[in-house]
Write a protein that binds this ligand. Structure first.
Ligand SMILES: Nc1ncnc2c1ncn2[C@@H]1O[C@H](COP(=O)(O)OP(=O)(O)OP(=O)(O)O)[C@@H](O)[C@H]1O
Ligand SMILES: [Mg+2]
Length: 408
């Protein structure tokens, strides 16, 4: 039943068991297309898509929830048929298992958006469909991954104890400084954005997000060197980066096993693996904590950071996790000359019973400008005090690793 009565051509269709279950989708379709769309049931869609009347369709939005998982085969057929007819498909899914999603994406669905639809996400997906293919998927790099001699690179994780405390800034710039730490024999560096939903590494380095990243996370059983290599993008020939997926994945899409597999693969091919963690503690935080050598946490000199630091420390201790791997980094730390600020840092450390080993200075607007321009500080503001401090950190970490290697 096409609801369209207007002679204007229909450019899109929703396909679902009952579109009334997806009222946000109806709203967003209306906002994006006005009246130029129709609605079909599953079997209607199968019959319609092959017909000449379907030629005006640019895309179909297939909305499903968990009860549709029984009809996966049928859904797969619809997607495949659309693909044959050169019609793009957007999958809109509520509470659908990652395995089912993965299967449908493999059948050729072009975009995935979770339901309830986040503000503006349907429009964003439609816009992406309209972009020429070349800008959606970056050309795959064919360069093989470097093989380190011993296959056990150093894993360094970074997590913010509160949002916006500079975790990503530290992760990105530390990775870049490590990649440049030694001219003669630069270490192989891989930066992993594990902040899957809102990861901003790709923005900070102005890198494209690859569609394969979502696929990689949704099925790590098939993860091998090849899949991993395709998911990575290269930054200035010197560093490999796993960005967050293009589409926001459900929080429970990945578990400790997935994370462990990715880290193992990364560590076997790179000297340094830097992980940008989400701000929240997740089910797989423990996996990263147990595999990494150092777990940096960023905080600022305020109540919010202090309270979170205390809570994180207690949570990890109560689980018997290795809190000794934590390194607290005070970002936007008071200047050397700020006596009052210095004593506040001291009191904070004492009251939390933590050592604040690292203090990162405020680098001013140059830092956020550098992020916005998609460049590491070394390239855009080499003399920035924050950059200097992170470069020093990279040098001392690298020297430490060398000492260990020589001692061994
Ligand atoms: N030391 C600093 N000096 C100046 N600006 C900074 C500094 N550290 C971070 N910033 C700026 O603060 C903003 C937030 O930093 P960033 O995104 O790295 O934090 P985050 O902890 O990763 O945040 P989120 O919780 O969103 O992941 C960015 O615009 C960054 O450029
Ligand atoms: Mg971040």
């Amino acid at each position: 039943m096409m609801k369209q009565t207007d002679p204007a051509p229909i450019t899109a269709c929703t396909i679902s068991r009952d579109v009334q279950n997806f009222d946000l989708l109806i709203e967003d379709m209306e906002a994006a297309l006005g009246e130029a769309w129709g609605d079909l049931g599953f079997s209607e869609a199968l019959a319609f898509i092959g017909q000449p009347e379907a030629a005006s369709l640019e895309f179909v939005a297939i909305a499903i929830d968990e009860s549709d998982e029984a009809d996966l085969a049928l859904l797969g057929e619809i997607i495949a048929l659309a693909q044959q007819a050169d019609i793009k498909s957007i999958l809109i899914a509520e509470d659908v298992s990652p395995a089912a999603l993965h299967q449908l994406l493999r059948k050729g669905a072009d975009e995935f958006v979770p339901y309830p639809l986040p503000e503006g996400e349907l429009q964003a997906a439609i816009d992406r469909l309209k972009r020429p293919a070349a800008t959606i998927t970056a050309p795959a790099t064919s360069a093989p991954l470097a093989q380190t001699t011993d296959g056990d690179g150093v894993i360094l994780a970074v997590q913010g104890l509160a949002g916006g405390t500079g975790a990503t800034t530290l992760a990105v710039n530390l990775a870049w400084e490590l990649a440049n730490v030694e001219k003669a024999k630069p270490p192989q560096v891989c930066l992993l954005d594990f902040s899957l939903q809102f990861g901003s590494v790709s923005t900070f380095l102005d890198l494209p997000r690859r569609d394969v990243v979502f696929e990689m996370w949704s099925d790590t059983d098939i993860l091998d060197e090849d899949v991993f290599r395709q998911a990575l993008v290269t930054f200035e020939d010197k560093m490999r980066v796993l960005t967050a997926p293009t589409d926001i994945p459900p929080l429970d899409m990945i578990n400790s096993e997935d994370v462990t597999r990715v880290l193992e693969l990364a560590r076997s091919h790179f000297d340094y693996v830097i992980v940008d963690m989400p701000t929240t503690l997740v089910q797989w935080t423990e996996a990263v904590l147990s595999m990494c050598q150092i777990y940096f946490t960023t905080l600022e000199l305020d109540m919010r950071s202090a309270q979170n630091a205390l809570r994180v420390k207690r949570a990890l201790q109560s689980e018997g996790l290795p809190v000794e791997k934590l390194r607290y980094c005070l970002n936007r730390a008071p200047k050397f000359t700020d006596i009052n600020g210095k004593s506040r840092v001291k009191r904070m450390a004492e009251s939390l019973e933590i050592g604040i080993e690292l203090q990162l200075p405020d680098g001013g607007r140059a830092v956020s400008q550098s992020c916005d321009h998609g460049l590491p500080l070394a390239s855009s503001a080499a003399k920035n005090p924050l950059r200097r401090e992170i470069a020093k950190l990279a040098q001392s970490l690298h020297a430490l690793g060398k000492d260990d290697a020589e001692a061994a």
